[in-house]
Design a protein around this ligand. Structure first.
Ligand SMILES: Nc1ncnc2c1ncn2[C@@H]1O[C@H](COP(=O)(O)OP(=O)(O)O)[C@@H](O)[C@H]1O
Ligand SMILES: [Mg+2]
Ligand SMILES: [Zn+2]
Ligand SMILES: [Zn+2]
Length: 298
């Protein structure tokens, strides 16, 4: 009996058909792997001739699918440092890791364009893997499901809008594409100063998405529950415990509701399932050879 010939996956892409590039300061970009450049069915035209009732007809080739999905990935705006972040690269060290990863993966797998899907919000101190999971979710949606999405850091979005004002453009030029994209991830929520204008922009963005039944995902360094323990809170009479946080830490210890205001907070609780991802470890320092990207040339 003949033994089946095992086809070895492409050494460059491992069989995925695409490669994700990291270019300093640019959003992540995916491109076809060399192994996919010359499609034997359509010879790179994207259309293949298939037999029809009255002769051959041109039909989109299966490889066109790949181009469309890579295009969707390239529209997301994933930061270069997280270009290669994926569910597969996210390691589970604790129950919190597992809950947060399951939440993100369930969202990605159950997401449907034709009905509202509840989003999620991840909170915890920096370095815990929140952006990694946002990026993994959007990547999965684009490459596995063909769903369009956008990633924004809220502060950068605000500064783009302010730059737009100086150039005489309305904030709607920047906001409009974000109002209709099927999935939007807003990262670093609460980092902004929280002026009435900033709050009204956030309110407009998330209320309009909510009213249209569109999913929005969030990550924030601000906690849902208060982080002060009674010992670290200012002592009675205004004197501080020497171990108490300084003013900057005090700002960091504000709750998410305090940072974004009650109205937006209540909207977030309607739209999202909350999960804490605060694994109490510095991923790069504590895990030898860690980090999905190798971006910093470890
Ligand atoms: N559980 C994990 N598995 C694999 N890589 C991780 C994990 N947690 C964090 N990282 C990596 O550590 C770095 C910091 O994570 P990041 O998602 O930016 O944290 P946060 O957004 O919570 O501040 C990134 O390079 C990320 O890929
Ligand atoms: Mg982050
Ligand atoms: Zn390949
Ligand atoms: Zn083809």
């Amino acid at each position: 009996m003949a033994t089946p010939v095992e086809s070895t996956p492409c050494p460059s892409c491992g069989g995925a058909g695409y490669l994700v590039e990291q270019v300093l300061g640019k959003p992540a970009r995916a491109r076809r792997c060399e192994c996919q450049v010359r499609c034997s069915r359509c010879h790179g035209t994207g259309y293949a001739l298939v037999p029809g009732p009255s002769g051959p007809v041109a039909q989109p080739c299966a490889c066109k699918h790949l181009d469309e999905r890579l295009h969707l990935f390239n529209q997301i705006g994933i930061p270069a440092a997280l270009a290669t972040a994926s569910f597969a690269a996210f390691k589970v060290y604790s129950a919190e890791h597992s809950t947060a990863k399951n939440l993100a993966e369930d969202f990605a797998r159950t997401f449907r364009r034709d009905q509202p899907t509840r989003g999620f919000l991840l909170y915890g101190r920096p370095g815990g893997g929140k952006t990694h999971l946002l990026a993994s979710t959007l990547r999965w949606l684009a490459l596995e499901k063909g769903v369009a999405s956008r990633y924004v850091e809220f502060m950068l979005l605000l500064s783009d809008m302010k730059d737009g004002f100086s150039a005489g453009r309305s904030h709607m030029e920047i906001l409009r594409p974000l109002l209709s994209v099927p999935v939007l991830a807003i990262d670093e929520l609460g980092k902004e100063r929280g002026t009435p204008w900033e709050q009204s922009m956030l309110d407009e963005l998330i209320s309009r998405r909510f009213n249209s039944g569109l999913s929005t995902l969030f990550a924030t360094n601000y906690f849902v529950e208060p982080r002060f323990t009674p010992q670290s809170a200012p002592a009675a009479g205004g004197r501080r415990d020497p171990r108490s946080p300084d003013a900057r830490q005090e700002a960091e210890a504000m709750t998410l509701a305090q940072r974004v205001g009650d109205r937006i907070y209540s909207r977030l609780s309607e739209m999202c399932t909350f999960a804490k991802l605060d694994p109490n470890m510095d991923f790069r320092k504590d895990v030898p050879g860690a980090g999905a990207s190798g971006y910093w040339g470890r």
